[in-house]
Every structure is written in structure tokens, then in C-alpha cells.
Design a protein around this ligand. Structure first.
Ligand code: ZN
Length: 193
């Protein structure tokens, strides 16, 4: 069964994830189920909160751009990002590296149909553990760096609407509020059934 994706308005999206401590077959199963759900929804990243689990765990699958190749250094060695994908990150911690912030239109699978500009640093270093619990450090830029920042925010209960400039948020506020209302209505009906 494909996991369903939690929409804005559900409390779990505001919960900070607990650290992953068991690197077992259950975690591998969770990772593959999340990748299937993400792919089905045509997303490039999915956090555990988005499938209803407040856990420090996310998956990403970011395609490289032929004209603007991303710069990727894993554990000190440069490599093509396509060799890394899809990635599962347990207990990731992001450190921003000296770089300019840039704006880019982001979407989120928990906010279907809502897209808006968010400014984020261009280059980051992320420390994380893989599915076997092995620690890694990845330095990256471009869309991968953006996607990882967006997902790691989820793991801490932070959403892309929190990162928008006030004016940008004002433009989509109505859509966001009606999405929240829809979610709350659905949960109410669900609890009565
Ligand atoms: Zn998101």
C-alpha cells in the first residue's frame, strides 16, 4: 500500500522528529515506502513528518541539471550527484557554507498546488547517517542543497511558509488557509466515522 502524504493542518508537520536509533530492516522498509510515495506524488524530497511520523529521517531524489551541474563532495571526494540518488538521510544536520542566498520557487507535497519563492543559501554541508548507520558528510549546492534544507526543516517542524518573505506569504495566504481548513474538516469527518 502506498503511504499517504500528510497535508498542511495536521499537527505532525509541526513536530520535531525523534532521532533514528535503529538501523534495521524496518528503517530500510520505511525508506523504500517513502521513496515510492514520493515518486507517485512526483516530488523530489519527502520527510518522515509528511507520512505521519515525527522522526529525523527523509529521502531525496534530485535530478542533476545538464546545463548547471551540481557540485557534490561526499566524505571529501567529488562525485556526480546522480550516483548518490536516491538518498536516505537519517539524523541530518545542515550547516550553511559561505555563499549567496538565492530565491527559487518551491513547492511542498504537503501543500499541493501551492508554490512560492523562498530564499536559501546556495551551498551547504549536511552530516547524516545512511541506512546502515554509517556517518557521512555531503557538501553540495544548487537544487540538491535547497531540497535538503527544505526536508531538514520538516524534520524540525519548520515549513516553507515560515521561510517566505511576508509579502510572498500574503500572496498565497488564502490558499494556505483554505488548505488548512480542508485538512481540519477531513480529520473531523474521519474521527466521526
Ligand atoms: Zn515540504
Amino acid at each position: 500500500m502506498t503511504l499517504s502524504i500528510v497535508k498542511y493542518g495536521e499537527k505532525v508537520l509541526r513536530q520535531k522528529g525523534v532521532p533514528v536509533s535503529q538501523f534495521d530492516s524496518q528503517l530500510k522498509q520505511l525508506s523504500s515506502d517513502m521513496l515510492i510515495a514520493m515518486e507517485a506524488a512526483e516530488g523530489i524530497g519527502l520527510a518522515a513528518q509528511q507520512i505521519g511520523k515525527a522522526l529525523q529521517f527523509c529521502v531525496v531524489d534530485v535530478p542533476d541539471h545538464p546545463e548547471h551541474p551540481m557540485d557534490c563532495i561526499l566524505d571529501g571526494k567529488p562525485l556526480s550527484p546522480s550516483l548518490l540518488m536516491p538518498m536516505s538521510l537519517a539524523n541530518p544536520v545542515v550547516k550553511t557554507l559561505p555563499s549567496d542566498e538565492f530565491y527559487y520557487e518551491e513547492g511542498c507535497l504537503s501543500f499541493p498546488g501551492i508554490n512560492a519563492d523562498v530564499a536559501r543559501p546556495e551551498r551547504i554541508e549536511v552530516s547524516y547517517q545512511d541506512l546502515d548507520g554509517v556517518a557521512h558528510t555531503l557538501e553540495c549546492d544548487g537544487l540538491l542543497a535547497r531540497c535538503i534544507q527544505h526536508e531538514v526543516d520538516h524534520l524540525n517542524g519548520i515549513l516553507f511558509i515560515d521561510r517566505m518573505e511576508k509579502q510572498t506569504y500574503t500572496e498565497i495566504k488564502k490558499e494556505v488557509q483554505s488548505l488548512k481548513q480542508e485538512t481540519l474538516d477531513r480529520l473531523r469527518v474521519g474521527s466521526q466515522a
